[in-house]
Design a protein. Structure first.
Length: 230
């Protein structure tokens, strides 16, 4: 299941307010990211899939509609109660692969590198929707099978943000940023793709391998940084 929502907006907002108060009390200038218009949320996106209605029909029955298990951080997005079994090229499987809704116009499976290697996939690093030339797979549901000709990817790290957030950080849609993660395992992730649109909430998605590498958990401070022009 996609672990969106682990780090919540309210908790981050409260922590930023406390830090700002501490800096003020000490007479120090607060770090710039604390002054951002919206708190930064960083969430780990575990393996999951996005499906078309055609695929849902084949896997769960004609006219089946995905049902909400958990609402995600981005408005209107949800983890569905429904899941599928993914069959890899070595006949190895991942059961209970969570579907994220609502349905999309393409089928896409997002795996971490560890997942892909365990299944025998040689998957490219791609951003969502860029599936040309990617491997396919077989999905199995309670009503039958659905074969994907392409769409299995290792999803590139990215940040959702509103135009207001983009203006604060000085970036535009499709530009790249860096994510600094502090704590016990400090790490900087380069090439975080900006996705800017009205209605988006400020949220970075990294995969499970990346989340484990930096020890991401509640209380770990993260900062978005604009990349210097070359």
């Amino acid at each position: 299941m996609a672990n969106f929502g682990k780090v919540t907006e309210n908790r981050v907002l409260i922590e930023n307010m406390i830090r700002e108060a501490v800096y003020k009390e000490l007479g120090l200038a607060a770090p710039r990211h604390i002054l951002a218009p919206n708190p930064l949320v960083v969430n780990v996106s575990a393996r999951h899939c996005h499906l078309t209605q055609e695929a849902v029909n084949a896997l769960f029955g004609e006219g089946h509609q995905l049902t909400v298990h958990k609402w995600l951080y981005q408005e209107g997005q949800f983890a569905a109660k429904e899941s599928v079994t993914l069959i890899g090229p070595r006949s190895r499987v991942i059961s209970n692969l969570r579907i994220l809704g609502p349905c999309r116009n393409i089928n896409q499976v997002e795996l971490a590198l560890t997942d892909a290697r365990g299944l025998g996939f040689d998957v490219p690093l791609r951003h969502s929707g860029d599936i040309k030339g990617t491997p396919g797979c077989m999905l199995m549901g309670p009503n039958g099978f659905y074969e994907m000709d392409s769409g299995v990817i290792r999803a590139g790290r990215h940040v959702h943000m509103s135009p207001e957030d983009a203006a604060f950080y000085g970036v535009k849609d499709r530009e790249l940023m860096a994510l600094k993660v502090y704590g016990d395992c400090p790490l900087t992730f380069e090439d975080v793709l900006c996705r800017v649109a009205k209605g988006l909430r400020l949220e970075v998605h990294i995969d499970t391998d990346e989340g484990n590498a930096c020890g991401l958990e509640d209380g770990v401070v993260c900062e978005l940084v604009k990349k210097a022009a070359k």
